[in-house]
Design a protein. Structure first.
Length: 312
């Protein structure tokens, strides 16, 4: 397993090329699942787990790893399946999301594959509203499902639906009223978090699911003669998305003279391995790791002041 992870730190060259690498794994059955290598810190045989009182049943215990104590989440159980029974042969994928480190318990880890985001697609229609997928792709004629980890963590960990403290002040609300923001994120949980945060400030939100949708919509607005930079205060975009990632979306926006002045914030759970140089390379104006409602509100309000938005 050390051989699989040895080159993770060298993967950043893929960033900005609309490419990703997935670590493939299995839960209880034969279905293949994938997780972005950028989120992975380590893969190891399941260590000894310690049970703690009143743990969420999805958390199988905590493990002491590299001097720290991490919750180990049974990813099969978390997504509505059966719990893993034989932990002696299981693996733990140590990940970092939204400045939190945790382990995901899986039955087997396969290999790393290199893909283009254009080959990764939203979940098929008809999967319902309660599924745990953000995307699907095919590897060697096998369907690979990419799990909405943010949804899993939001259900396991408390506090992700918090509103910004500023939402309760009288100062922020008039300043924001009448402003409009484009939000682009493939995770339904992440979209809901941002929308709730922005609407609590009185900001109108238009939300789309991936970078391709967003670019097509922005170009359509420009084709209709609308001044996108006047209509939108900013675009808040995830980085990891099917069809087109946030880096490529930003670069495409900057290359279109009609869109190039749109203020772009990249908002991602890639907190532990994020390459600040890539923000500058693609021309993004700002970067924020998910999910801090207060800091997000602060950044948006600062943008309003910088853009000279009038009070309503």
């Amino acid at each position: 397993m050390a051989g699989i992870m040895a080159s993770v730190d060298q993967r950043t060259q893929l960033v900005g090329q609309n490419r990703l690498e997935l670590l493939l794994f299995r839960l209880n059955g034969r279905q293949l699942y994938g997780i972005n290598v950028f989120k992975v810190k380590e893969v190891l045989q399941c260590p000894r787990l310690t049970l703690l009182p009143r743990l969420n049943p999805i958390v199988r215990g905590v493990a002491h790893i590299r001097g720290g104590t991490l919750p180990i989440i049974d990813l099969g159980r978390a997504t509505g399946g059966r719990a893993l029974e034989d932990l002696s042969t299981a693996f733990v994928i140590i990940t970092e999301y939204n400045n939190r480190v945790q382990g995901f318990l899986v039955r087997a880890v396969e290999r790393i594959v290199n893909l283009n985001w254009s080959d990764v697609h939203p979940p098929p229609k008809g999967t319902g509203r309660d599924h745990y997928l953000t995307a699907v792709t095919r590897v060697e004629d096998q369907m690979v499902e990419i799990i909405d980890v943010e949804k899993v963590l939001a259900e396991v960990l408390a506090g992700d639906e918090a509103l910004p403290q500023q939402a309760t002040t009288t100062e922020a609300m008039p300043e924001a009223t009448g402003s409009r923001i484009l939000v682009v994120d493939d995770s339904s949980v992440a979209r809901r978090q941002i929308i709730r945060c922005m609407e609590s400030l009185g900001i109108e939100v238009f939300a789309l699911n991936d970078g391709r949708q967003a670019l097509d919509w922005l170009k359509q607005q420009a084709d209709q003669g609308r001044d996108v930079t006047e209509d939108l205060l900013m675009m808040i975009s995830d980085i990891e998305m099917p069809e087109m990632d946030g880096y490529t979306l930003t670069a495409e926006v900057r290359s279109d003279p009609r869109l190039k002045d749109l203020h772009v914030m990249l908002h991602t759970s890639l907190s532990g391995v994020f390459n600040q140089a890539m923000v500058r390379k693609v021309g993004a104006d700002d970067f924020l790791a998910k999910f801090s409602p207060d800091e997000l509100a602060d950044r948006v309000l600062a943008r309003m002041r910088g853009a000279g938005v009038e009070h309503a």
